[in-house]
Design a protein around this ligand. Structure first.
Ligand SMILES: Nc1ncnc2c1ncn2[C@@H]1O[C@H](COP(=O)(O)OP(=O)(O)OP(=O)(O)O)[C@@H](O)[C@H]1O
Length: 259
């Protein structure tokens, strides 16, 4: 590995079994020998048409699913499929549906405290302090710790999800369409928040997005998937400026706006 290389994904494949005709299982190869690497502080956008394997790749990197074959290395350590405690200290995921990913029965503070309870030896007052600090970092107030998610706006809920993701100072945040459900002005605020956090905490981002404008604004590199295979992996400007491939051009011409 080179000095700045943080994550290396090597020949990652993922098969799913679907019910076929006459109940014979049909094997769907969602990812085929995907390889790429990510540098510290870098932002990688994963793009591709529906069903090309973007979410599967995001889930494998975050450890939410196990690969059929292939390896993932964080610095020099191979990430094993069920090593949740190691992985969650380094890689955290933020989902599109902040509502569904927050527990309606627990206060925001309790949910932010959870990763600390399981992964650190901080005492109760240190945990409270860390929660208040994280809320401040994402533009919320310490008082939001006692809120339940139904008391918060959509934008505040997404900020709370980001706060939960940064509790353990991860190296990488994986975001699967995390901005898609937000209206355009809130989306622009969350993008700026993510960029500020990245600068302050030197995190790397891997994000799945259908929005060319968000990709151009945020990504350093773009990985293009088609039918589970990587068909391009290059700096953002290169992909936008001189790409003769009609599949990639059509992905980049979709009309989402940043607001
Ligand atoms: N849990 C699952 N069980 C069975 N098949 C799955 C599962 N998840 C994904 N697939 C299949 O794997 C392929 C890739 O799906 P995936 O959701 O990764 O694509 P995607 O590019 O994220 O699509 P979209 O943009 O619509 O979210 C598809 O054929 C999908 O049907």
């Amino acid at each position: 590995m080179t000095m700045t290389e943080l994550l290396r994904v090597s020949e990652l494949s993922k098969d799913y079994l679907h019910k076929g005709r006459w109940w014979t299982p049909k094997r769907i190869r969602a990812l085929k020998q995907v390889s790429f690497s990510l540098k510290s502080g870098e932002t990688l956008a994963i793009i591709g048409e529906t069903g090309s394997g973007k979410s599967s790749l995001a889930r494998l990197i975050a450890g939410a699913e196990s690969p059929t074959s292939g390896q993932i290395f964080l610095r020099d350590t191979e990430l094993k499929p069920r090593d949740y405690s190691y992985r969650c200290r380094h890689i955290r995921m933020v989902f599109q549906d902040s509502e569904a990913s927050l527990n309606p029965h627990l206060t925001i503070g309790r949910q932010l405290e959870e990763p600390l309870l399981f992964n650190t030896s901080l005492n109760a007052s240190q945990r409270r302090e860390a929660v208040a600090e994280a809320l401040k970092k994402v533009g919320l107030l310490p008082e939001h710790a006692v809120f339940h998610c139904h008391m918060m706006s959509m934008g505040q809920k997404q900020r709370a999800c980001i706060a939960r993701a940064i509790m353990l100072n991860p190296d990488i945040i994986v975001a699967d369409e995390a901005l898609a459900a937000l209206d355009s002005s809130i989306r622009a605020q969350i993008i700026n928040l993510l960029l500020d956090l990245q600068r302050d905490m030197n995190m790397s981002y891997i994000f799945v997005s259908h929005s060319p404008e968000i990709i151009r604004h945020m990504a350093d590199r773009i990985l293009v998937l088609r039918d589970g295979e990587v068909i391009a992996n290059a700096p953002t400007e290169e992909i936008f400026e001189n790409n003769p491939d009609s599949y990639i051009q059509s992905l980049l011409q979709q009309t989402y706006t940043l607001g």
